[in-house]
Design a protein around this ligand. Structure first.
Ligand code: LMR
Length: 393
């Protein structure tokens, strides 16, 4: 007998709620717990440009072949230009290594394995962060501390506390940074803050590792990448874990990329050789289909334009839901107005979140994260009523 001592693991804080939501028979239930974009009908449909790309590449989708260990080169070139901006990508491309990854999560894991091997095992994440961060890094053999970032009472960034904590970190500590649409709080630093964080991290010799999962959902494709550009121009070596799950609506295709900004082409090649060894040992090489779809969209200007417009409309729907919600709520919820992306964090206790679920069939994450994707004009008043009943006011 080998398995008799295996203990039941805890449910995942995000995916674990899926089963309970599915099993909930109340027709008025509302899913506000996961970051999967839904339209006003609360349907998750493929983006039009991606659907077209899928049928166009069908004929030459070479299923009986491997991709290189670090993925499909046209995809990497196209997503590199998207993440860094055309000009910087062209200017600095010779020292940025890129590897296709199995979603943003895969990029974070491969990046953490690489940093644990070559740079440092000491990681720090904001005290509220995407619940998966900690276990991704710990399973790569890293030690994960937390630093203050967000003041839940005031519903805003606690910049002084963040800076104070970064100042005390030992050199080479890996600092996880959310490029835009901070998950779970939706609270992003200003560009001035990013400039200061960049200078401080250079001064203290801290290593930036950006999680870039929501490009286009904050203030638009160009503005959302500004933090990356600030750090690149300041001269940082850094990693960027990029996800195409949300902005290309390719959740189940697992499309992402890991970028390593190095100091020169020789280092780029050496870093790449180590990243490839890690990939080879983990899953050998990435799946092709989703990356081909993304590359096809980004390299065909009419499709790229269509994709940009649709992403803009998705972002617009979320902003209008945020605004509609805030307008119906009293003063203490107004902080939600300034947040970016899919999420916001209510200052609710675990008990209040449980009441929302049990009494009203409204599902949030236990940390109070509310995902705007599940709101529409039909359920808005019900959600507002539930929040006010459970949260007071
Ligand atoms: C989320 O935070 O809801 C998404 O990123 C889905 C996930 O993988 O947790």
């Amino acid at each position: 007998m080998f398995f008799h001592g295996v203990a039941e693991g805890p449910p995942d804080p995000v995916f674990g709620l899926g089963g309970a939501f599915q099993a909930d028979v109340r027709p008025e239930k509302v899913s506000l717990f996961i970051g999967i974009y839904r339209d006003e009908e609360l349907k998750a449909t493929p983006m039009a440009a991606l659907a077209q790309a899928k049928s166009q590449i069908q004929k030459d989708d070479l299923l009986a072949d491997y991709l290189p260990m670090d993925g499909y080169p046209p995809f990497l070139q196209a997503v590199g230009a998207l993440a860094f901006g055309e000009e910087l990508w062209r200017g600095a491309g010779e020292r940025i290594y890129a590897a296709q990854a199995v979603g943003g999560t895969g990029a974070l894991r491969v990046g953490a394995e690489f940093l644990a091997q070559e740079v440092s095992r000491d990681f720090t994440v904001s005290h509220l962060t995407w619940p998966n961060h900690r276990q991704i890094f710990e399973r790569a053999g890293c030690r994960v501390e937390t630093h203050p970032y967000y003041d839940g009472q005031k519903g805003r960034l606690d910049f002084a506390a963040w800076v104070g904590a970064l100042r005390k970190l030992p050199p080479k500590t890996v600092v996880i940074l959310h490029t835009c649409c901070h998950n779970p709080t939706g609270c992003d630093p200003t560009l001035q803050h990013w400039e200061e964080i960049s200078s401080l991290m250079l001064e203290k010799n801290l290593f930036p590792f950006f999680d870039f999962a929501y490009q286009g959902f904050g203030e638009g494709i160009e503005k959302d990448r500004l933090p990356i550009q600030i750090f690149l121009k300041a001269g940082h070596e850094m990693l960027v874990a990029y996800s195409c799950s949300k902005n290309f609506g390719l959740y189940s295709q697992r499309v992402g990329a890991l970028f390593a900004v190095t100091s020169n082409p020789v280092e780029k090649s050496r870093v790449g050789s180590q990243v490839k060894r890690i990939i080879r040992a983990l899953y050998s090489n990435p799946p092709a289909h989703g990356a081909r779809m993304v590359a096809h969209v980004l390299t065909h200007s009419a499709l790229a334009q269509e994709w940009r417009s649709e992403l803009g409309r998705m972002q617009g729907r979320l902003s209008s839901m945020r605004e509609a919600l805030v307008q119906k709520l009293p003063e203490e919820y107004q902080f939600l107005r300034n947040l970016k992306g899919m999420f916001g964090c209510l200052n609710f206790s675990v008990e209040q979140v449980r009441r929302l679920k049990e009494q009203f069939g409204i599902y949030l994450l236990e940390n109070g994260r509310l995902s705007l994707v599940g709101l529409n004009h039909k359920n808005m008043d019900r959600v507002v009523h539930a929040l006010l009943t459970v949260g007071g006011s």
